[in-house]
Design a protein around this ligand. Sequence first.
Ligand code: FAD
Length: 603
Amino acid sequence: AAPDERTAQASQLFENFVQASTCKGTLQAFSILCRQLELDPLDYSNFYSSLKTAITSWKVKALWTKLDKRAEHKVYNQGKACQGTRCLIIGGGPCGLRTAIELALLGCKVVVIEKRDTFSRNNVLHLWPYTIHDLRGLGAKKFYGKFCAGSIDHISIRQLQLMLLKVCLILGVEIHVNIEFIKLVEPPEEQHEDSPGWRAEIRPSSHQVSEFDFDVVIGADGRRNTLDGFSRKEFRGKLAIAITANFVNRNTTAEAKVEEISGVAFIFNQKFFLELREETGIDLENIVYYKDHTHYFVMTAKKQSLLDKGVIINDYIETERLLSNDNVNQEALLSYAREAADFGTNYQLPSLDYAINHYGQPDVAMFDFTCMYASENAALIREKHGHQLLVALVGDSLLEPFWPMGTGCARGFLAAFDTAWMVRGWAQGRSPLEILAERESIYRLLPQTTTENISKNFEQYTIDPATRYPNLNSSCVRPHQVILCLCSVADSEVRPGRLLTWCQKQTEGYRGVDVTDLTSSWRNGLALCALIHRQRPELIDYDSLNEEDVAGNNQLAFDVAEREFGIQPVTLGKEMARQPEPDKLLMVLYLSKFYEAFRNSSR
Ligand code: FAD
């Protein structure tokens, strides 16, 4: 083909990919594009620039300009900030995909696994102004022309997934659908040159992803997070039953005229709810209506009115039983939601025909929000047989949103950026405790974050949290408070009892040292210096040490141990001086590193 013809063909293939309207269709169009243009999607660090060189039509230029602008953020260091870091992301929901984009821009090798192969959720997500700005910056309008036109501030979950999937693929993210994560597989004890590192057990088990070694794993698999090691906080409120309903939008003029109901403002409209109850017997606490691909409604209904209207058949105390399939009259539920929608829109929507869901059924559902979950911690680090693994949660796995408030996507994206920032710190070799403490400090802000209190300067937003949270205190959680997130303590073979005996033996006979425990005996720093001196007397002039100089002795030991043995300090000398006694877990962790390093050469 002549050059012009080739250019036209390439741009047509790309256009097919951009316009694809399903998950499978997108993946298929992408694979055809790569095959025809002889692009290797596994060559992740060069993929985006090769694609740009191959597709040069004017139509696509604006997209490249946008993505280039994003990629120029200094934090990415031209895609080299995390070179060599391998990340596995579990879940291709909006937050998993958004995280994947950031990690790809940082230069990581990113693999996303998603257990389904369809994006089928009609439900609509509220977008905060910053998320609209963010998505526009990723070329949202190129993928979905109707994106947030005029005053629209929402998008259906599946449209959002679709556009993020496309951006991921363009940036060289490897995506595998129909792959379910089961659990992490530890590196084997016997280590030789090509031993595997951290891997994942997946279903189907024979898939190539089971041989992917990674340094970072991100749990983005929604509210039922499958990654071990995170305990969850439960917020038990009063009974809250949410109903979502989607009706067909035929885009007629009559439909276009009907006003949306934006949730937050509406929660306080008492008169509306009284009238609704009087007229229909439906009793709601709130209702939201967005006109999107469907007419989408989400409402919180009071139990008594659901019983009265025959939606719930029997009254049970346990919500699970109350809302179980066999206790819900589906027909009555369809009428209930339709009636509420009709009243809420002042009977202006001409025909309230239910849209069809993934299961071929009218798209209505009831969800229990009586208990909301949040993870205690946002990240942890595992270590096994010399392989470290950074484990983090994002999106609903981290902090479950209350849908009528519409916070899921906005807080979810913030956590995606914060997590990418942590991965960057990790790749730069910052101390594990320091990055975990910083991550937890930022996570503390997340549940309180609102459109009002985040920075309004969206242009400045990057993955650096300081660009987004005006009142950021990155050190409100201190390193010693995240010690439990370093799972090597639990994994280490040395038990505190054995560690104590070993330490006593090593420090025996040193002036001013009497090790009787793993806390206060170490405070003045002499025992630590003795431990080092016993191994390598030339490193520390023990006789010159002053028992009173707590900060100095400890700092000396920390510095020497880091420089000579690669043992990372867990705190500062002056911190040791400030506290009446060191934290036990911190000391166990720290001393067990000496044990690991010295035990074979112990004198
Ligand atoms: P999700 O969007 O839940 O994505 C998680 C992904 O992980 C899914 O694609 C899932 O298939 C995949 N996955 C799960 N387990 C595994 C595994 N073991 N291996 C591989 N992949 C896995 N929010 C609202 O504000 N309003 C709504 O009306 C609303 N409706 C919702 C309806 C449903 C059915 C669900 C599940 C969620 C709904 N949400 C709603 C929540 C909203 O979708 C999320 O807040 C938002 O999508 C961000 O979530 P996420 O990416 O963290 O998780």
